[in-house]
Design a protein around this ligand. Structure first.
Ligand code: HEC
Ligand code: HEC
Ligand code: HEC
Ligand code: HEC
Length: 156
């Protein structure tokens, strides 16, 4: 074969060698498809433990019921049952160790986020009872009149 054929071939061979060398030096030993096959794609096995050790930010409402049973009961029996406690009180992290208490937000903004009357005909957002914040008892905190853990109008 002529030299002009060999030359590009050398370049290709050189590139393959460089890629293989890079793979040997930089790809960790435990990187691959792992025992669950290709379900989770290629990943590092040690990365699974790294994520398990990662501190959880949100704990779920069942976590709260162990210590704030009265609240869990009233919220659970109310129209707000589907709202996770942490949606209003913020992420629990390792509470009550750290932080010792969670946020108590009494601002109108907390409630207006869901209860401001909006016109969204094709979405479930329309089913949430709405008020016009500029008309509905403006300037007074919602929780002065409504119990956030049991907002039923009958119990007011
Ligand atoms: C292991 C028990 C425990 C768990 C679980 C727990 N808490 Fe608490 N919580 C406490 C204690 C103790 C306090 C401090 C009480 C105090 O200062 O009156 C507290 C305080 C609070 C406060 C502030 C109360 C105040 O009057 O300032 C809020 C809000 C709160 N917790 C919400 C939650 C929510 C929401 C969850 C679930 C994500 C939760 N807690 C899970 C024990 C717990
Ligand atoms: C819709 C928002 C909302 C949800 C959902 C909610 N809270 Fe609250 N929570 C509040 C507000 C607002 C206050 C302050 C009430 C006040 O001062 O009148 C409060 C107060 C508290 C307090 C301390 C004051 C008190 O009343 O003793 C605790 C503890 C608490 N909530 C726990 C919980 C737990 C546990 C859940 C879930 C089962 C929960 N909350 C769900 C909004 C909410
Ligand atoms: C994450 C969204 C969300 C937040 C935040 C929220 N709510 Fe609600 N609220 C709802 C939903 C959804 C319902 C309707 C439940 C049902 O259909 O029974 C409801 C029901 C109510 C009702 C009952 C209305 C009726 O016709 O019976 C009142 C009053 C109310 N909420 C007040 C509040 C107040 C006060 C706050 C703030 C402390 C608040 N809500 C925060 C979603 C929310
Ligand atoms: C001064 C007391 C007071 C304050 C403050 C107040 N409300 Fe009300 N709210 C009422 C009363 C009374 C009703 C029932 C009669 C009515 O519909 O006006 C009501 C009704 C509602 C309803 C039901 C509307 C419907 O069509 O079913 C929602 C939702 C509501 N309030 C949310 C809020 C929110 C959110 C805030 C704060 C931004 C708030 N309220 C502040 C007294 C109050």
């Amino acid at each position: 074969m002529k030299r002009h054929v060999w030359r590009p071939l050398f370049v290709v061979v050189g590139m393959v060698v460089v890629i293989l060398l890079f793979r040997l030096l930089y790809v960790p030993d435990d990187f691959g498809s792992q025992d669950r096959g290709y379900t989770f794609g290629y990943h590092r096995l040690s990365n699974e433990q790294e994520w398990k050790d990662y501190p959880a930010k949100y704990q779920d409402s069942s976590y709260c019921s162990g210590c704030h049973e009265d609240k869990s009961e009233s919220v659970g029996a109310s129209g707000h049952a589907m709202i996770p406690c942490e949606n209003c009180h913020g992420a629990a992290f390792n509470h009550p160790e750290d932080p010792e208490t969670l946020t108590i937000d009494r601002s109108r903004e907390l409630c207006i986020r869901c209860h401001s009357e909006l016109y969204m005909p094709s979405s479930g957002r329309n089913d949430i009872p709405g008020i016009d914040p500029s008309q509905h008892n403006a300037g007074i905190e919602c929780s002065d009149c409504h119990n956030p853990h049991n907002p039923s109008l009958e119990d007011m």
